[in-house]
Design a protein around this ligand. Sequence first.
Ligand code: ADP
Ligand code: MG
Length: 402
Amino acid sequence: MVKKTINTIPVIPNILNNFLISKNKFHKNTYFLQIKALILPFITIFVSNRLQNERNKMSKPTIILGIESSCDDTSAAVIKEDVILSNVIASQKVHEKYGGVVPELASRAHQQNIIPVVDQAIKEANIKQEEISAIAYTRGPGLLGSLLVGTSFAKGFSQALDIPLLDINHLQGHILAHFIQQDETKKTATPQFPFLCLLVSGGNSLIILVKDYLEMEVIGQTIDDAAGEAFDKCAKVMGLPYPGGPHIDKLAKKGDSTKFKLSKPQVDNYNYSFSGLKTSFLYLVRDEVKKNPNFIEENKADLCASLQQTVVDILMKKLIKVAKELKIKEVALAGGVSANSALRQAFLDLSKKYGWKTYIPPFSFTTDNAAMIAITGYYKYLNKEFSPLTDTPYSRVNNVLK
Ligand code: ADP
Ligand code: MG
């Protein structure tokens, strides 16, 4: 047994071996033999434990804990390689009565939610804390106060578990949500690189060229409001609850999308603009309500359908232009607004027309969630792109997503 150890770990035992075996005169010294008998079992145990740990490290699967707190959803998720084990989301109801996210309240709610949410995610994943390989957290973009809660928690937990940290760009997360697998035995098709991704959410409207898992370039983006913001603000004008996007989607199903003509922007390149649409919607409603106080109630479904169709037309027009010019036929949707049924339908219809291969994420991965942060963390972990404790959150991003 001692010999085996000496052969596998050359440095310490060889010194010891030379010292103990080659110097024959010491062999006759019983005092020394006693020491040898005492020390060798300990060295053997120490060395074999180290070997076992190394073997375990090499064979055990990569398990990432993801933490998301960029806006008003506190979320934690666990993934094993690319397969989701749990994804817990605590949505903050506190903002509803204000018709939008109140940053100060969001930070406080994250503080209350973060520990129970992480605890539940680990329990639902049926893993032990010691099995987690690394912690991935959303570093930005988002509300700084909200991001600080997730960032600080992730740093503290990674120190406690003595595992690496991975800082994640929230937008990359939305895009890489396409690579989350729900069933290890039935893996679904994922986009092929390079592909285009239309990322539409409450805070962003972007067309992104995805060259590789972690190599992405912003091709076009909104110069003012995001598509989700346009939905939410117009919903507020109609007295609908926050966030208004899903309510507009539901009401639009019963409406006539051609009833009201709303302004469409003329913006250069591949960029978007939604502030003009928002203003034209506001003016239309304001002018009509002056004539008929029941205008909104009587026309709600048509207003929703017309607004929704205009947003979808604006989004798809630029996406088609980019796909044609870059000659790319792999096209994906991402972000909270990709839950919109009219956008999904338009996306599928156009894909038939232009021969695109399209990818739409499951509903659970469209709005903010930590599973998308965990999968991005997984690819960063494979690249060994760990982050230091000195990293701080950021509120905005530039044209290269990192
Ligand atoms: P962010 O990350 O920017 O906070 P999310 O990705 O969480 O945004 O998406 C939230 C946005 O998605 C909100 O603006 C919401 O109104 C919008 N949204 C969600 N579901 C729908 C839907 N079915 N139709 C239109 N918009 C939707
Ligand atoms: Mg988001």
